[in-house]
Design a protein around this ligand. Structure first.
Ligand code: PLP
Length: 406
């Protein structure tokens, strides 16, 4: 007789619903012949966005050099280019030794939390968050403690609340800027307050900046490292979004801060990096090309660009809705509307997302999937063509009309 294999107990606390039950149900419907519009994953390549050609060439031209493993922190030339990039941004003393290249930011989030946490240590994570942050904290034996980023405050956190949540067990503050899922872009004074809290309580700053150049309508991105100075700070970036190369699995992190403060942590990161040998080598060859300054994402996010127009389509559709409101996203690849009015009475975002999938063929992600308590939000990506997004919101309105009239 066979017995079910036991799995890690804390997995029961872990969720990643962007690719969860709803996505599984969507695949089932597609297998039955339904055509769906899937707005669950920030996957530019799936919507016809291409990686800039000079990045493709950088790999193609050197593919014959990509056979060996590289250093665990990444190719020296790529790390030199990243160090120069962060130097241009004003980060304190970025050197190639302080750069870690990984298989996407995802791997480096996990690796850095593994290097940092002892059982029961707490990490301050935004709510809503990109759910890997909460999941990776739990899986590395930590406790995520969520600080609120409320719609009423443009989804910006209240630094006083962040500080109130600090305990003797707190080890790090996670900042996601520009934010997924809300699209909030954090102003400099707010970031300065967060740095001051980290300095006072001797915490590591972990700044997820993967959308750093995905900005709309004149929004200005402020990198955290230059403000952090001597305060230990990990700044994460990568090729997945700004360069539309999700499938290449390349991300990086800069560890800045006082050498005495970060020395042991640096060794821990290096050791964990060595255990997984190295990041995908062909992708590393594209880093220098990416940072050369040619062909950025601005053509897509600026007036007339596809992402610019998609964002406007979502803003206009929400404005025309009887049931929705939204803080316009200033960065990243998502809209995060909130249900209001009669439709919001007794509203359950998970049931709504399932109903929208089943009855309208549209796959969205419920707001609570981003570790948000209120059940009145959902997330869409800005990746489909603008007309398709208008169609999506017409279908969503039908579902919400039924809720409001029920
Ligand atoms: N951080 C945020 C905020 C994200 O939205 C994502 C992916 O959507 C990631 C990290 C992971 O990116 P990568 O493809 O580099 O693993």
């Amino acid at each position: 007789m066979s017995h079910p294999l036991k799995t890690r107990e804390r997995l029961t606390e872990v969720r990643y619903e962007i690719r969860g039950e709803l996505a599984r149900r969507a695949r089932e419907l597609e297998a039955q012949g339904r055509t769906l519009i899937k707005l669950n994953i920030g996957n530019p390549g799936a919507f016809g966005f291409r990686v800039p050609e000079h990045l493709q060439r950088a790999i193609a031209d050197r593919i014959h050099e990509t056979d060996p493993y590289t250093h665990q922190q990444g190719l020296p030339a790529a790390r030199e280019a990243l160090a120069a990039h962060y130097r241009r941004r004003g980060a304190p003393n970025p050197t190639p030794e302080r750069i870690f290249i990984g298989n996407g930011v995802s791997e480096l989030i996990d690796l850095s939390l593994r290097a940092l946490l002892n059982p029961g240590d707490e990490v301050l994570v935004p709510s809503p968050d990109y759910p890997l942050w909460t999941a990776a904290t739990i899986l590395n034996d930590g406790c995520p403690v969520h600080y609120n980023c409320a719609a009423e405050n443009g989804y910006l956190p209240d630094p006083d609340e962040i500080e109130r949540l600090v305990t003797p067990r707190t080890r790090a503050i996670v900042v996601i800027n520009p934010n997924n899922p809300t699209g909030a872009v954090y102003p400099r004074p707010l970031l300065e307050r967060i740095v001051a809290i980290a300095a006072k309580h001797k915490l590591l700053l972990m700044s997820d900046e993967i959308y750093d150049e995905v900005l709309y309508d004149g929004a200005v991105f402020q990198p955290l490292a230059p403000l952090a100075g001597d305060v230990p700070c990990l700044s994460f970036g990568g090729l997945s979004k700004v360069y539309r190369a999700c499938g290449w699995r390349i991300g990086w992190a800069l560890l800045s801060g006082d050498p005495l403060a970060v020395g042991d942590f640096h060794h821990a990161m290096d050791l964990l990096g060595a255990l997984r040998l190295c990041a995908n080598v062909p992708g590393q060859f594209a880093i220098e090309a990416a940072l050369s300054g040619a062909a950025t994402i601005h053509d897509l996010t600026g007036p007339g660009g596809r992402l610019h127009e998609a964002r406007l389509a979502v803003i206009d559709s929400v404005a025309a809705s009887r049931h929705l409101t939204m803080v316009a996203p200033m960065g990243a690849l998502y809209g995060y509307p909130q249900v209001v009015g009669d439709a919001a009475i007794g509203f359950d975002d998970q049931a709504f997302a399932l109903e929208t999938l089943e009855s309208e063929g549209v796959l969205i992600v419920p707001g609570t999937s981003f570790n948000m308590r209120d059940r009145d939000h959902f997330r869409v990506t800005l990746l489909p063509p603008p007309d398709q997004l208008r169609e999506v919101f017409a279908r969503i309105e039908r579902v919400l009309d039924r809720h409001a009239d029920a």
